[in-house]
Design a protein around this ligand. Structure first.
Ligand SMILES: NC(=O)c1ccc[n+]([C@@H]2O[C@H](COP(=O)([O-])OP(=O)(O)OC[C@H]3O[C@@H](n4cnc5c(N)ncnc54)[C@H](O)[C@@H]3O)[C@@H](O)[C@H]2O)c1
Length: 260
């Protein structure tokens, strides 16, 4: 199994987990579109990863909640490299509030990025995959696709929803060789998580150290963060696996925080 010359689109890949997945794919010879909100950020990451090689990257401007930008971004990739083999729908945000204080616009914003984003990018890539008779779609879920935490109603709802979307795509895509799977990481120390530590400390009235040791890592087997590289390795398996034997699945990578 390898990704040499496979054309991959990764959303939210200018930094964090998405960037790590792009790095892993490029190390295996893939051609990767770094799709993110700001073209300058996407291109800076693409240039850095291309230098590392042996694969290569381009930057694509894409707000995953904007159908026109999603379609234009996918078309840019097809115009550049002639195909789409792999989609990693990874772009995501976190917003924490108690449910009774959760501003409705923030609820809708979060659901749009995770769920509309997953839907729109899949919808845009699937026709290109069906044409070739193969493709892999990977959604970035979370332990919160399976487990709930206080303050995270929108995020938990969205991440559970992605399991449903992946399962439907698995059934519709099977006859076209298109697979869909979900990665469910525990806490990974990216900007998304760094931002939550002081926010949760304030909301819960505890110290930042307690947020990390009790809330984030309290249920793991070894009090360790999951790493970007851990998640990227699973993303590589889901992308490179060649048959429908591995479809409609979700894999938790969380230091045992959640055990299926
Ligand atoms: N960090 C964790 O602990 C963790 C755990 C489980 C799941 N996840 C999931 O992994 C994914 C990536 O998270 P991360 O920690 O790398 O976050 P991050 O904040 O470091 O990076 C997120 C990236 O997504 C981009 N983005 C945000 N909104 C976008 C939009 N509308 N369109 C396109 N791009 C957009 C940002 O510009 C950024 O580059 C998210 O879906 C997140 O929910 C993260």
């Amino acid at each position: 199994m390898n990704l040499k010359d496979k054309v991959c689109i990764i959303t939210g890949a200018a930094r964090g987990i998405g960037e790590g997945i792009a790095r892993r794919y490029i190390a295996d010879g893939a051609k990767v579109a770094i799709a993110d909100l700001r073209l300058a950020d996407a291109e800076a990451t693409a240039n850095e990863l291309t230098k590392a090689g042996p694969g290569k990257a381009i930057g694509v401007e894409m707000n995953v909640t904007d159908e026109r930008q999603v379609n234009a971004g996918v078309q840019k990739v097809v115009d550049t490299w002639g195909a789409v083999d792999v989609l990693v729908s990874n772009a995501g945000i976190q917003i924490v509030h108690e449910i009774e204080n959760f501003p409705f616009p923030e609820w809708k914003k979060l659901l749009a990025i995770h769920l509309d984003g997953g839907f729109l990018t899949s919808k845009a890539c699937i026709p290109h995959m069906y044409k070739r008779g193969s493709g892999a779609i990977i959604f970035m879920g979370s332990v919160h696709s399976k487990e709930a935490s206080p303050l995270k109603s929108a995020y938990v709802t969205a991440k559970h929803g992605l399991l449903g979307l992946a399962r439907v795509i698995s059934k519709e895509g099977a006859e076209h060789g298109v697979r869909a799977n979900v990665i469910c990481p525990g806490f990974v120390r990216t900007p998304l998580v760094a931002k939550q530590i002081p926010e949760q400390a304030a909301e819960l009235g505890i110290s930042e150290k307690e947020v990390v040791e009790k809330i984030m890592l309290g249920e793991t087997v070894d009090k360790e963060f999951t790493t970007i590289e851990d998640v990227a390795e699973i993303a590589w398996v889901f992308a490179a696996f060649p048959t429908n034997a591995l479809t409609g699945q979700s894999l938790v990578v969380s230091h045992g925080w959640y055990m299926d």
